[in-house]
Design a protein around this ligand. Structure first.
Ligand code: GDP
Ligand code: MG
Length: 208
């Protein structure tokens, strides 16, 4: 049997740096092309700089509901008023080719996927409440109410940190990236993974 890729679930509140970490991981540390980020479907509006098919597949609510009906999603959830979903086809094809797939999804999606297949899940936390608040204030154009709302959403996500296999505190970006890579490296060295990856070597070494 060919080596199966690992399915990683990465969750965090907005402002913990998850996107930047995943971006750095996938662009700087993907030499063999063995890692891929899953592109979700969403009904939320496109933000400046976001591209259809790259950051998300942006769809209307009607279309999203049709995809649910058709059973195209491995999981889907309503996250703060918008629908988000992970399509099944792309993920299964990648894993079968031995590619590790990264899902940037919320705790609700994480729960659904864990029921369906083996995963390694990672929660990214900010280093302090003050720092999170500072990151959520962003460009400083938002009202106190808006920022308060973002903090509440962040906490609603963070309370689920203990459902995950690993927790990374993103204080220093490079350190957090190193830790993320360490988890992946470790997984690749697990007995079952190595038995598949090193089939030929093992056969050779153990021949009588
Ligand atoms: N369940 C689920 N959650 C998703 C999916 N795609 C993105 N999310 C989550 O939806 C939340 C909002 O994402 P986004 O609209 O990109 O805003 P962000 O807070 O700036 O990252 C984040 O927690 C994402 O991890 C998905 O396919 N399924
Ligand atoms: Mg995001």
């Amino acid at each position: 049997m060919a080596q199966q890729g690992t399915l990683y679930i990465i969750s965090s509140p907005s402002g913990a740096g998850k996107s930047s970490l995943l971006n750095a991981l996938l662009t700087k540390h993907n030499g063999a092309g063995k890692m891929q980020l899953s592109v979700s479907h969403t009904t939320r509006a496109t933000r400046p700089g976001e591209e259809h098919g790259v950051h998300y597949h942006f769809v209307q609510v009607e279309e999203f509901k049709e995809l649910i009906e058709r059973g195209d999603f491995l999981e889907w959830a309503e996250v703060f008023g918008n629908y988000y979903g992970t399509s099944r086809a792309a993920i299964e094809a990648c894993l079968a080719q031995g590619i590790d797939v990264f899902l940037d999804i919320d705790w609700q999606g994480a729960r659904q996927i864990r029921e369906l297949m083996p995963t390694k899940s990672i929660f990214i936390l900010p280093p302090s409440r003050e720092e999170l608040e500072r990151r959520l204030i962003g460009r400083g154009q938002d009202s106190v109410e808006v920022i308060k709302g973002r903090m509440e959403k962040a906490i609603a996500e963070m309370v689920h940190y203990d459902e995950y296999d690993y927790v990374i505190i993103n204080e220093d970006f490079e350190q957090a990236l190193f830790q993320l890579r360490a988890i992946i490296e470790c997984q690749r060295l697990e007995l079952r993974q190595q038995q598949q990856a090193q089939q030929n070597l093992l056969k050779q070494l153990l021949a009588e």
